[in-house]
Design a protein around this ligand. Sequence first.
Ligand code: PEP
Ligand code: MN
Length: 337
Amino acid sequence: MIIIMEHNATDHDIELVEEKVKGLGFTPHTIRGVERTIIGAVGDERGKARIQSLESMHRVDSVVPILKPYKLTSRELKEGNSIIDVSGIKIGGKEIIIMAGPCSVESREQIMETGRDVKNSGAHILRGGAFKPRTSPYAFQGLEEEGLKLLAEVRKDTGLPVVTEVMNPKDVDLVERYSDIVQVGARNVQNFALLKLLGQIKKPILLKRGMMTTIQEFLMSAEYILSEGNNHVILCERGIRTFETATRNTLDLSCIPVLKKETHLPIIIDPSHATGHWDYVIPMAKASIAAGADGLLIEVHHNPEEAFSDGPQSLKPETFKQLMSEIKPFISAAGRE
Ligand code: PEP
Ligand code: MN
């Protein structure tokens, strides 16, 4: 339910409503707008009628139900776009944000060189996996803490904030300590125990859509994180599984307008995992921006033939530079910067 306060409601009026919401067994999530404050009351659906009774409280304008199953994630609760601030970089604002780097952190030389290159080409955030979700248990699993330390070193050198994946709930503290954004990979999108833990940390979360996750299920996963108190969620579409085999996955571009309609959270597109082929990455990056994405996640490797993971979809640094230049007219055409 959403409790809409009158425009002249004082802090005290708002506190009284929040207390009452808690007393009824719900959790209040207060959003203070310029015009007026609204309070989302989230909890067991069966208590809805009791929340409705708050309409009679002082300076409460109205109490309206949120019809969608995702509540805090929904545009019904928050009309404006959420902007996630990562060390001054604003994800979901006017600027298109580019996250780039290798699939896996492989060595100090590799991540340092790539970090410097993507920074010089204009990337805003460095990506790199230290814990890798591999289909085969015999494939490279990542450098783990050593990889996190290398990412932190490159952050210090380049000034680029770092996004990296956590797979196991037991590693959340560790990954949070070294990263600026914590990534949830496609395979963990419905690991609800992990999502709940990430809802309790302070760092923003990059939540990747699963390869077989509907948009509604994806938003329910985001809701798990928000419902635990972490509102800083960035959604990432990375392709879904269809009958088509020409590409690794099928990039669901239509999820962009759908998500923009359904949620206030920012949306990043990952054309690298979506297509699986480096030469399809630039066209799909352009299409993503044209369709309204807030940014891109791009895999870049110096020597894709030798990459420990995802070489075929990785751009060489010079091709990444070309991408950064070729997307410019699309950014302007979309009214972004
Ligand atoms: C990755 O970002 O390297 C990754 C493993 O992505 P996904 O979870 O989307 O497959
Ligand atoms: Mn990868």
